[in-house]
Design a protein around this ligand. Sequence first.
Ligand code: NBP
Length: 477
Amino acid sequence: TQAQIGVTGLAVMGRNLARNLARNGFTVAVHNRTAARTDALVAEFGEEGDFVATRTAKEFVAALERPRRLVVMVKAGEPTDAVIDEFAPLLEPGDMIIDGGNAHFADTRRRERLLRERDLHFVGTGISGGEEGALHGPSIMPGGSAESYAVLGPILERIAAKAEDGTPCVSHVGPDGAGHFVKMVHNGIEYADMQLIGEAYQLLRDVAGYTPGRISDIFRTWNTGRLDSYLIEITAEVLAHVDEYTGKPFVDVVADAAEQKGTGRWTVQTALDLGVPVSGIAEAVFARSLSGHVPLREASRSLEGPTPRALSEEEAAAFADRVEQALYASKIMSYTQGFHEITAGAEEYGWGIDPGAVAALWRGGCIIRAAFLDRIRAAYDTRPDLPSLLSDATFAREVADAQDDWREVMVAATRQGVPAPGFAAALAYYDALRAERLPAALVQGQRDFFGAHTYRRTDREGSFHTLWGGDRSEVEA
Ligand code: NBP
């Protein structure tokens, strides 16, 4: 039998994706550099569907029907190039290589260009949802040509997660690196969501004085409302968990140094290149790096802070409600920033990404899946050229309603000395966008003073320079 699709790279992600394909009725050719993984997959899960186990690259390619659909699920970076170099010479025009790893979109653009010259399709595809998602239905973000999506899309639609309305969480994001770009921003938003939830927890603990168990219950309640999301749900689970060795709350025995694999950092680096302010995502990346500077933190532990004040039971309950408002408003800011980056990337690279479709395919399967995304999609459907999520009347209203509480939370955090960089960056972003005048005018004055960098005026066209070292008259530049 000829396989409809093949998967090479059978570590956790590739193995589960191959099983997902087979469980959905596709015949799947499987291959791995180390054959033991291929054997293990077939021995353990061979009953689940039709697998064609192959040992060599040649055998693998020969097992696939044409046009060949070859999914690569190996470690991102050099291994991906090695696999492409190995397989591309064995393929024929019209065949496609689908990279489901976490590649940087610039690498995907390069690989797509090279393979296009050989009449091969390269489909850089973001896949989110971890190993469980790969098995039961991930959110899938394919880039590459529209032609390749026509051939590949129907298969992906079968194995993708389904949103509540039954729509598969996959659609053609745009050409070349568009899929991996959107996956990168997804991960950046994921970092911001996690940081904001972490700050909410810390405030409930250190300002309201609640235990992790109590905070878990609060998150569970929040999860029945507008914050309903996978990350809030698992946060409640983690907070309720008790360490089996010490009997202490699990969060209290885990080293508080967060790690990162780099996609959040890429989101920020790319945003810097595109000139897009993603301050909330940046704070989330920095918060993880700060947490890991253990000697620096130890050396700083004796620095003075404010004297904390204990809240009464009523004050604490009211504060918890305010934190929900602050969390929700801050979350709207990070999605606003993330979608800004997506539209800026789409413009820079000529991708023509539909932001509403991106929100739609994040509704299920992925780590940031949330009820909220349906509303983002609706906002873009109503107005596809929405300049910003905050231009949507419903989101603007919700933030307006939350802002008093949000500000109160910032006051409490500041007064009690609890760091909340994500909440603070989000609020500063909101206030900066709202501002009638920004101090950028003064910055332009400073730049003109020391570097004759010139400035524009509010009342006349043109560029101007003030003769700061002379009589301070203005000249046209
Ligand atoms: P890993 O990222 O751990 O990669 C292991 C696989 O890469 C093995 O199959 C290994 O083969 C293969 N490989 C390596 Br390493 N170097 C190779 C080379 N030079 N030639 C051929 N094969 C090579 O696997 P993973 O955790 O399953 O992730 C796969 C991809 O999916 C990654 O890009 C990852 O970033 C992405 N991803 C992961 C998750 C997740 O939750 N884990 C989520 C979303 C995306 P071997 O068996 O012979 O060593």
